[in-house]
Structure formats: structure tokens, C-alpha cells
Write a protein that binds this ligand. Sequence first.
Ligand SMILES: C[S@@+](CC[C@H](N)C(=O)[O-])C[C@H]1O[C@@H](n2cnc3c(N)ncnc32)[C@H](O)[C@@H]1O
Length: 254
Amino acid sequence: LIRCMGDSHRPSRDYEQPEIQPEQEHKGALQISAPGREVSINQLVQPPLWAPKIIYSLAKEIYHYVGEDIVIYETIDSYGAIMWPAALALCSFLENNREIVNLQGAQVLELGAGTGLVSIVASLLGASVTATDLPVVLSNLRANVLRNTRGRCRELPKVDVLSWSFDLKRSHPTGVHQYDYILAADVVYQHDFLEELLATMKHFCGPGTAVIWANKVRLGSDLTFTENFKKAFHTSLLFEDGDMKIFKGTCRRS
Ligand SMILES: C[S@@+](CC[C@H](N)C(=O)[O-])C[C@H]1O[C@@H](n2cnc3c(N)ncnc32)[C@H](O)[C@@H]1O
């Protein structure tokens, strides 16, 4: 067993760790374990020549929010297809602070939705949600979202491609989509699209919109983004626990 990626923002949950079956062993499957995480990864051991190429394997986790079991599949083919700690912090915050972020009947857009947990919890809390991410993440995101919301929510969430960009006016004209909340969890880390991310947040933040951004601070660039976020939005800190922070930003134009 290899230990990796622990974090302290995990709710209680059950694990259904798939056992390695004899036929999996020839593919070189390993179990990777971390506090609160069980992931099965193929390809870490060189497979025999006759073995089929396995792109990724799936790990299934069950979370408990809003009185529901939420079954999430993760994949290891993208950053976005695994659960990041700020998603858990944000779900817990949304569930326990409904008077501060009232999602009942709210129009919600999630940026960088990843596995979809935040969008699922927002839907269970009564919001009309659009979960967005890059194309590579979308099929896993869609499957997670639909599996956990069908028959449980007032409105089935939408799942769409949205690539952060300076130029969203053509694809998403201002005023056509009016959101009460933009949700974003752990979208700030080491990548080349931080300015595009801020531009995207600003694009969708109209009068009456609140950007709820949860982030585990890891790098100096995270602090730079935070400063730029504060310049772009009227900002308040909703939650802080060590390096886990949840900010609320509202439009400076309003
Ligand atoms: C660190 S993951 C966080 C995923 C999820 N919010 C969570 O907390 O578990 C960052 C997410 O942002 C998405 N992302 C990264 N760059 C992006 C871009 N340029 N446009 C849109 N989404 C992007 C990734 O695909 C990924 O789902």
C-alpha cells in the first residue's frame, strides 16, 4: 500500500474498495491508499505484452450529504476526475449554512466541477444547477451528476463544456444566463489559465450574483489570485480552517 494525498476536510463516508480479482492481477493493478481515499490504479506495473491497454480504472466512493448517499466515481485520467479537498469543504459549508448561501430555487453555475459532487449537493439543496468543465472531464462528470440527482431533485442539473476564457461573449452572451451563485472549488492551483478563470468569474457575475469560491491555499500564485479576486469583487471570507478558505465575491459594478 502506498500512502498519499491526505486531507482533513473529508466527511464520514463508506468505501467500497474493489478487491483485486485474479484476472486484474495480470494487468498490474495496485491499490493506492491514503487517509480517506482508496484508489485503484492500473499501469503502475508494466503489463505483459498480451494484456489490453487500460487507460484508467475507476474508484467508487460514497459520500453522505443532505441526507443522501452520493456515489462518486473517480478516474485518474485528469486532475478534474478526482475529488479535491475544497469540494468537500464547500459541500459541508453549503449543507450547514443554508441561511448564508440559500440555494433553494437558486440558479447556479459551477466552474471546474470535476467529479460533480458540489453540483450534486447544490441540486439536492434545491438549486437549478449547470455543472461545467473541460471536455475531457465531462462524461464522468455527467454520469456522476445524473446518477445522484435523477428522481431526487426538483430539476435535473445540466452538464456543459465551459473552458475558461477572456472571450465568452459569443458563446455565453451577457444577460442571457443570470446566475444567483457561481460555485468553484479548488480551481486555483498551478495552471496557466488563472487570468482566464478570473475573467470567466467576472463574465458570469452580474448584479445579484455571488461567487462562492472554496480554495485550499497551496502556492504563492494562489495568494496572487486571491488578491486579484478581491480587486475584482466585493469580497468576504465565509469560512477559514487553516489553509482552507471559502470566499464570497459580489460584483463591483452593481
Ligand atoms: C483541481 S480540479 C477541482 C475539481 C473539483 N472542483 C473539486 O474540487 O474536486 C480543477 C478543475 O478545473 C478544471 N479546469 C482546469 N482548467 C480549466 C479550464 N481552462 N477551463 C475549464 N475548466 C478547467 C479541471 O478540469 C478540473 O475539473
